[in-house]
Write a protein that binds this ligand. Structure first.
Ligand code: TRP
Length: 329
C-alpha cells in the first residue's frame, strides 16, 4: 500500500480553511493509503522562544486531529519530538545537504526576513534537513503538499538521491503530490486572500473551536459587495463566492447548485453560519471530550508513536549501517 506522510506544525488554532482545505481530506484518505500524520513540534521550536506553549499546542492539535475523524486504529498520528529518530536522522541530513542548497530555500528567505528584528535560529536555516528526515524515516512514497512546500520536497529528493549515491541504496525517493483538492476557503473579511492564522486581524477567520454566536457574528460581518445577486463568480464576486464555497462544502454540494437556492446575501450568510455551526458541533464535542480525558488522549498518541517508531527505528538503523558508523553493539 502506498505510504503517505503529511505533517502539521502545532502553531496556532486550526481554522475552517485548514479543515475544509486539508484535514477533511486526511480523514477521507485514511482508508485509501497507509497514512502517517506527524505533529511536528521540533519544527515549531524554530520560531518558539517561550516555555509551555509547544506542549499544550501539541496536545490540543492531537485532540483536534482525532476529533475531526482520524481513526487511531487506521491512521498513524505521532508527535515528532517523541521519536528521537527524527533528531538523529536530522543531523545526518544536515551533513547530506549543502549550505548553498539551504541558502536557496525561499521559505528560509521569507521567514528570516520577516523576523528581521527577532532571533533567527540556525534551526530555521536547517529546517529542510529535519523535514527530509521526517519524510525519509517513514519510507514515504507520497507527500501531499501545497505549492509553498514543493521546494522542501524537492530538496528531500535531492538529499535522498545523494545519500543513496554516497552510501548505497537506503532511502525510498518520495514524491510531492497535489492534495485532493478540498474547498478553497478565503478570509471572510478579505475574500481574495486565503483564510490564514497568520494575519493581524482574525475577524474573518473561523476557528474550529469558535462558539456558535462567534461564528454567526463573523458570517454576518463577512465582506460581500454592493450588488445583490447571488452567483458563483470568484473573479467578480469573491466574497459571495467564498460564502457559497463554504456553505456547499459544509453541505456536500457544489457552489453553483447552492447559489440557485439564494436570492439575498443576508440569507446566504445566515445559512452559511448555520451549516458551519452544525458541521462543527460534533467535532467540538469530541474535541472537548478527548481533552477532558487526558489519559485516553495520551493512550491514542502513544499508539501512533509506537507504530511510527517501529518504522523510524528500522530506517535510521539502515542509514547508520549504510554510512558504516561503528556499531554500539
Ligand atoms: N514544513 C511543513 C509546513 O510548514 C511542515 C512539515 C514538517 C512537513 N515536516 C514535514 C510537511 C514533512 C510534510 C512532510 O507546513
Amino acid at each position: 500500500m502506498t505510504r503517505v506522510l503529511s505533517c502539521i506544525q502545532p502553531t496556532g488554532d486550526v481554522h475552517l480553511g485548514n479543515y475544509l482545505g486539508a484535514l477533511r481530506n486526511w480523514v477521507s484518505g485514511q482508508d485509501k493509503a497507509d497514512v502517517f500524520h506527524g505533529i511536528v513540534d521540533l519544527h515549531a521550536l524554530t520560531v518558539t522562544e517561550k516555555s509551555d506553549i509547544i506542549g499544550a499546542n501539541t496536545l490540543q492539535l492531537a485532540a483536534m486531529l482525532f476529533a475531526v475523524g482520524l481513526n487511531p486504529d487506521v491512521a498513524t498520528v505521532f508527535v515528532q519530538s517523541h521519536i528521537a529518530e527524527h533528531s538523529q536522522l536530522g543531523w545526518i541530513m544536515e551533513c547530506t545537504v549543502s549550505f548553498g542548497e539551504l541558502s536557496r530555500m525561499t521559505q528560509f528567505k521569507d521567514k528570516s526576513a520577516k523576523r528581521e528584528a527577532e532571533f533567527v535560529s540556525a534551526g530555521l536555516f536547517t529546517y529542510p534537513a529535519l523535514q527530509a528526515a521526517d519524510i525519509l524515516l517513514y519510507d514515504a512514497n507520497e507527500v501531499p503538499v501545497g505549492d509553498d512546500q514543493r521546494q522542501h520536497i524537492e530538496i528531500t529528493r535531492d538529499i535522498a538521491i545523494r545519500f543513496n549515491h554516497r552510501f548505497g541504496d537506503t532511502f525510498v525517493i518520495p514524491k510531492a503530490v497535489t492534495p485532493t483538492s478540498g474547498a478553497r476557503v478565503m478570509d471572510l473579511q478579505n475574500p481574495t486572500a486565503k483564510m490564514s492564522k497568520s494575519v493581524d486581524d482574525d475577524s474573518g477567520v473561523i476557528y474550529l473551536l469558535d462558539d456558535p454566536s462567534k461564528i454567526e457574528k463573523k458570517f454576518k460581518r463577512a465582506v460581500t459587495d454592493s450588488e445583490t445577486d447571488v452567483v458563483f463568480d470568484r473573479e467578480r464576486k469573491p466574497g459571495v463566492a467564498n460564502l457559497l464555497e463554504i456553505l456547499s462544502a459544509a453541505t456536500n454540494t457544489t457552489p453553483q447548485k447552492t447559489a440557485e437556492n439564494y436570492t439575498r446575501y443576508g440569507d446566504l450568510k445566515s445559512a452559511s453560519a448555520e451549516a458551519v455551526i452544525a458541521m462543527l458541533a460534533p467535532i467540538q464535542k469530541r474535541y472537548h471530550d478527548l481533552l477532558s480525558d487526558r489519559a485516553e488522549l495520551m493512550r491514542l498518541i502513544h499508539k501512533g508513536n509506537e507504530r511510527a517508531q517501529a518504522v523510524a527505528s528500522v530506517t535510521l538503523a539502515r542509514a547508520q549501517k549504510s554510512i558504516g558508523f561503528l556499531s554500539s553493539k
